[in-house]
Design a binder for this molecule. Structure first.
Ligand SMILES: Nc1ncnc2c1ncn2[C@@H]1O[C@H](COP(=O)(O)OP(=O)(O)OP(=O)(O)O)[C@@H](O)[C@H]1O
Length: 244
């Protein structure tokens, strides 16, 4: 489980987070939905230990990310928004390298890499260098390196930004599979369709705070709207910075 408790973060005069509290449960996909500048990336960066909060806590499986950043990070897989691959390495070498960085022995890393290659159906790519890979192929490598150490938690920042339809479909399929396996998945988005299609739990953010949290059905009930899109607009007070 990922939990934030009263997170606060200020950048000079900008209050990016002003007491953000929410939970993302295991075996569920939780979407952080909010307009541009709502504080989504700031929140995710605090969870994976890249930023220090001014106040409050980010807990990953109960581990405080600011107190034990290495232990917390071992529990997390990060799917970056840009797939920075080492193009001179083969897929196998790249994924294995990340497994070793996460503390697996060479032997364990080799086994875990083969397992994830099989799971993501990447056998034909495994011993090729990634230079020239298509977007979907690059996405799979990035996902393989994020999950090779079998983290219980997967964090994605705007995961389908820049992906074509095919890659988006593959990614969504994989996220649903990981969810079935019990992974806690947290992603940020300002795209309503994506959140509506994938999420069990939606945290609607505005101005660095939670404006509402619940299943898509609960958010509709809460606002008395039939369509999720209308519910979001009602909660946030405007549709500025949110994409349909
Ligand atoms: N390093 C920084 N220095 C100064 N201001 C920052 C910094 N990082 C974020 N901010 C500000 O904090 C606020 C929240 O930014 P954040 O990137 O977390 O929002 P977001 O919800 O991820 O937005 P988007 O959907 O546009 O990516 C914004 O006003 C942003 O300009």
């Amino acid at each position: 489980m990922i939990e934030t408790v009263q997170l606060k973060k200020q950048f000079k005069e900008v209050q990016a987070l002003s007491g953000l509290s929410f939970q993302a449960n295991d075996g569920q996909i939780t979407g952080l939905l909010g307009p541009n500048g709502a504080g989504k990336t700031t929140c995710l960066r605090i969870i994976y230990g890249l930023l220090q909060a001014d106040a409050g806590q980010a807990l990953i499986a109960g581990i405080d990310a600011s107190q034990k950043p290495l232990a917390a990070r071992q529990e997390i897989g990060i799917f970056p928004d840009k797939f920075g691959l080492y193009e001179r390495l083969t897929v196998r070498e790249q994924v294995q390298y990340f497994a070793c960085l996460q503390g697996l022995s060479l032997n364990q890393a080799e086994q875990a890499t083969q397992q994830v290659i099989d799971e993501l159906d990447m056998q034909a790519l495994a011993d090729r260098r990634s230079a020239g890979f298509s977007q979907g192929q690059r996405m799979k490598v990035a996902l393989a390196q994020a999950i090779v150490h079998r983290p219980g938690h997967l964090i994605l920042d705007e995961p389908s930004r820049g992906l074509d339809v095919m890659s988006t479909r593959i990614l969504r399929g994989l996220l649903r599979e990981l969810k079935q396996q019990g992974t806690c998945i947290l992603f940020s988005s300002h795209v309503m369709q994506e959140v509506a299609a994938l999420c069990d739990n939606v945290v609607v953010m505005a101005n660095g705070q939670v404006a509402a949290q619940g299943t898509p059905e609960q958010l509709c009930q809460l606002t008395g709207e039939a369509a999720l899109e209308d519910a979001f607009v009602k909660i946030i007070g405007s549709d500025e910075g949110i994409a349909a």
